[in-house]
Design a protein. Structure first.
Ligand code: DON
Length: 553
């Protein structure tokens, strides 16, 4: 008995200590704010804002710092999307620095003996797309930044050189990929302990090669990364492993400025990334829900979740038409027209479902963050190397972890990728093409002024997570903390199942089953962070599902 009491006392003490140490998941500030999936990366952004940098400078600093602290999720070897609102112009800008397929890539490059081998698109040299991260950060800074690359890279360089205690997220990713990491001595030297075991959370790790690479980028990061010595080191390492990315692929890489998509919702205007993001699907789903008087159904009530699931399914059916607009005509005018959205809403009736045999891939690649500066500029940025530790390869001398973004293409018609998304013709592989993405950073304005920004990580659950958090804020008037914490569902048409977080109460799940839906209970679905914006009151929260940091001044 005394023993049991002692154990209980210990448990209570440990839980209290953990809660006391855990950073607050929400913060309020009058002028400027950063929320990201890392406490240190958030501080990097705040440091830049306090030094007088604007939201774009701070976003560059956060992205570079995340590449160090969340090295399993994003970094110089990956790419992303950046949605920017510049207050002075009152305009939105979308920067696409998504990876591209190498010039030698072909639609059938993963077919072996007549059969698709999807594994080749996930692990190893053929999985790697030409990285876009450095070009994206350079172009954003060049157009809107006020600081040099070395100024915004300084916090990341310090973190990489001096080290930082790893989170349980990174510790878990390392443990999960230990065998891949152990296969490459330089990779192992950074992420494993000397005895080859995976380090536990809070172990301090250092990335001296990555620090050096960030320094070598100087103030001409794109020239230095895509041309010259660094490009040669990347290409020769990939070639030595049997990959096909060449120095030509690197020198031809360009980030692309695009016109954001937008649509009215409840008197607001929602801005999203255009293709090759599938952000348009989010607009379509919002459009289908708009006349629905959702608050009347009740937040997370069975009829509300059923309606969401039906709308999500329709959205994902149309997602098959999205792809790189340089290669495929994406019929946005049709997809986002009131007529199509009305028809999609009518089609959004429940039909018989397949057996729930598949869970969404449990993966932690990708990182989203949002920044608001004192002048009202806003950046929402999602960046990724795709699955945790990307292609499971690190360029040894550079400390750069390489992405496995090729898996976001259709590996072969109707072959599902790691996120169980079915391969569609529009998204087949071609040289220089960008793979379709679910990454959906968004900014919402009301009467011409930003009122909220959000985005997430978690493959296709990004679209449905961002949808639910946006509805929680705009329709249910929740603060960001509750908006991101509220349990979520996910439905992506194939498999035709409602994935429900375990935190959705059992009676609600039972009611959905009784309505005829097939449910699969999962621990959690992606991670979404958000900031709500009012004059003199910024309110941000990160997602406790994944952890992070939020800070402002
Ligand atoms: O661009 C995409 O849609 C994927 N590469 C995102 C991957 C992701 O979010 C992994 N997450 N946990």
């Amino acid at each position: 008995m005394r023993n049991r009491n002692f154990v209980r006392f210990l448990l209570v003490t440990v839980v209290a200590a953990v809660l006391a140490c855990a950073p607050a998941m929400a913060a309020q500030a009058p002028h400027a704010m950063v929320v990201s999936e890392s406490a240190q990366a958030t501080q990097a952004g705040l440091e830049i804002l306090k030094k007088g940098g604007n939201a774009v400078d701070a976003a560059a600093a956060v992205a570079l710092a995340l590449g160090v602290t969340n090295a399993g999720s994003c970094g110089l070897g990956g790419g992303g999307f950046m949605l920017i609102y510049m207050a002075r112009q009152g305009q939105f800008f979308a920067l696409d620095f998504r990876e591209t397929a190498p010039k030698a890539a072909t639609a059938d490059m993963y077919i072996r003996n007549g059969h698709p081998n999807e594994r080749l698109a996930v692990v190893g040299p053929l999985a790697v797309g030409v990285p876009g991260q450095v070009a994206g950060i350079r172009d954003a800074l060049k157009r809107f930044g006020t600081m040099t690359f070395q100024q915004v890279a300084a916090p990341a360089i310090k973190l990489a050189r001096d080290g930082f205690p790893i989170t349980s997220l990174l510790a878990g990713e390392i443990a999960h990929n230990r065998n891949y990491i152990a296969a490459e001595p330089e990779f192992a030297k950074v992420f494993l302990r000397p005895d080859g075991s995976a380090p536990p959370a809070d172990t301090v790790i250092r990335q001296p090669e990555l620090a050096r690479t960030l320094e070598r980028l100087g103030n001409r990061p794109a020239e230095n990364f895509y041309h010259g010595e660094i490009a040669r080191e990347i290409a020769s390492y990939i070639k030595s492993q049997g990959g096909i990315i060449t120095t030509d692929d690197l020198s031809d890489y360009r980030a692309v400025w695009r016109e954001p998509l937008h649509r009215a919702f409840q008197g607001n205007e929602v801005y999203v990334m255009p293709p090759p993001s599938s952000g348009g699907v989010l607009l379509e789903m919002l459009g289908m829900l708009e006349p629905g008087h959702l608050p009347g159904l009740g937040l997370n009530s069975p009829p509300y979740l059923a309606r969401l699931a039906e709308v999500m399914r329709q959205g994902f059916i149309d997602r098959a038409l999205y792809a790189d607009p340089a290669f495929v005509h994406v019929p946005l005018q049709v997809l986002l027209s009131p007529k199509h959205i009305d028809e999609a809403r009518r089609r959004a009736l429940h039909h018989n479902t397949l057996a729930p045999r598949i869970a969404p891939a449990h993966d932690h690649g990708t990182s989203n963050f949002c920044v608001v500066d004192k002048d009202g500029n806003v950046v929402a940025l999602t960046t990724t190397i795709n699955t945790a530790f990307g292609a499971k390869m690190m360029v040894p001398k550079l400390g750069v972890v390489l992405n496995d973004e090729m898996d976001d293409f259709a590996v072969a018609p109707n072959v599902p990728n790691v996120y169980r998304l079915q391969g569609a013709k529009a998204n087949e592989i071609a040289p220089g093409k960008r793979p379709l993405s679910s990454m959906t950073p968004i900014i919402v304005v009301s009467h011409g002024r930003p009122i909220m920004t959000t985005g997430g990580s978690g493959g296709p659950t990004i679209l449905t997570g961002v949808l639910q958090v946006t509805l929680n804020i705009l329709d249910f008037h929740l603060g960001p903390e509750q908006a991101v914490t509220t349990p979520r569902i996910h439905e992506q048409a194939s498999p035709d199942i409602i994935f429900a977080e375990a935190a959705i109460p059992e009676p609600t799940r039972r009611a959905l089953s009784e309505m005829g839906y097939k449910l699969k209970v999962v621990p959690h679905l992606g991670a979404v962070n958000a900031i709500t914006i009012e004059a003199g009151n910024l309110h941000g929260a990160f997602d406790p599902r994944k952890g992070g940091g939020v800070a402002g001044y």
